[in-house]
Design a binder for this molecule. Structure first.
Ligand code: KG4
Ligand code: ZN
Length: 336
């Protein structure tokens, strides 16, 4: 049987990624991480679009050279249709359209969050269907029941901030650099998580809310700083550990609830926040007591990458889910 090779393009936020999948296996990938946003304390959409524009062509050329795949060896071009930043999506999408049209290849639009879920099939061991996936990033917090490569159902999600956003906003209040999630994680390792408690707002059913904890931290710090202007400095590690503990608790409560409700013990985690040490430790503990089989992809596949886009594109292409040139990027692309 002739092999199927799919090129994937990721440009939803501040990472330009390109990857090649052959028959479901990753044969090469490249990523250009944009570092120029940190001085602004967050991603600047216009700068991100311009960097994607500079990066995408050299990255694709380097990838094809590195993998020895000629343009004539490609079968389809997959790209992130959304959700994400409009300008960034437009750059990747326009490139994918032009490239596909020039080579007369089918175009495969991919949902970024569905691709995060399928990133588990880039690593070993691979989960078997059905499984439950908690997707935690800077833009999303979702509990997804995954029935097949194509069939997924969001059973719970945040109604306001994403958990990564909550980490980043808390870090900002503590004066830590952006992106703050990783800084909180590092400092939390030396801290005592039981030192401070922050109220957790439990949404009905399987939904999340993370904006309350940010306000709670804001008022807590304001009161403490009035009494002692060095409060944050003196208690930084304990503050980070307590904030991380509260956020992880909130994530785990609903994950456990969803696992019981759907009778699923195959548990996967995806997205940038999956890198969090506190979350990983709690997951291991719960997995032991509850008999879960846990799937955590390599860190490089947790964060934004094109391998997951190419892999998802490969499955869509095989299922005949291709688009014509009228397809357009969609910053708020719905999950289904
Ligand atoms: O998935 P991702 O790379 O990008 C998207 O948002 O799509 O996730 C980025 C988020 C940021 O909010 C960042 O602070 C958070 O993941 N993050 C972490 C850690 N590493 C990255 N949050 C907590 N602990 C970490 N170790
Ligand atoms: Zn992402």
């Amino acid at each position: 049987m002739k092999s199927v090779v799919v090129l994937g393009i990721e440009s939803s936020c501040d990472e330009t990624g390109v990857a090649l999948i052959r028959d479901g296996d990753l044969i090469g990938h490249r990523l250009a991480t944009q570092s120029d946003h940190s001085i602004y304390g967050g991603v600047v959409p216009e700068l991100a679009s311009r960097a994607h524009e500079r990066n995408v062509v050299p990255l694709v050329n380097a990838l094809l050279t590195q993998t020895n795949v000629p343009k004539s060896g490609l079968d389809a071009v997959a790209f992130t249709q959304g959700p994400g930043l409009l300008g960034s999506l437009l750059v990747g999408g326009s490139f994918a359209k032009g490239f596909a049209q020039a080579l007369e290849l089918p175009l495969v639009p991919v949902h970024h969050m569905r691709a995060h879920v399928l990133a588990h099939f880039l690593a070993d061991p691979k989960p078997t269907f059905p499984f439950l996936c908690l997707t935690v990033s800077g833009g999303h917090t979702q509990l997804v029941v995954v029935k097949s490569f194509l069939e997924m159902e969001v059973v719970g999600q945040t109604r306001d901030d994403a958990v990564g956003e909550a980490f980043d906003k808390a870090a900002k209040l503590l004066g830590l650099p952006y992106p703050g999630g990783i800084e909180i994680d590092k400092l939390a390792r030396q801290g005592d998580a039981s030192r401070f408690s922050f109220p957790l707002y439990q949404m009905p059913e399987l939904d999340y809310s993370f904006s309350g904890i940010k306000t709670a931290i804001l008022y807590f710090l304001r009161d403490q700083l009035t009494a002692d202007k060095d409060f944050v400095e003196k208690n930084l590690a304990d503050l980070c550990a307590s904030i991380q503990g509260a956020l992880v608790d909130l994530l785990l409560t609903k994950l456990i609830q969803a696992s019981e409700q759907f009778g699923l013990t195959s548990i996967a985690i995806a997205g940038g926040v999956a890198a969090n040490t506190g979350l990983r430790t709690r997951l291991q503990q719960e997995a032991q007591t509850r008999g879960w089989e846990l799937f955590v992809p390599d860190l490089m596949y947790c964060t934004d990458n094109a391998a997951m886009i190419a892999l998802t594109g490969y499955h869509y292409f095989r299922a005949g889910q291709v688009a014509d040139l009228s397809v357009s990027p969609s910053p708020r692309l719905p999950f289904s």
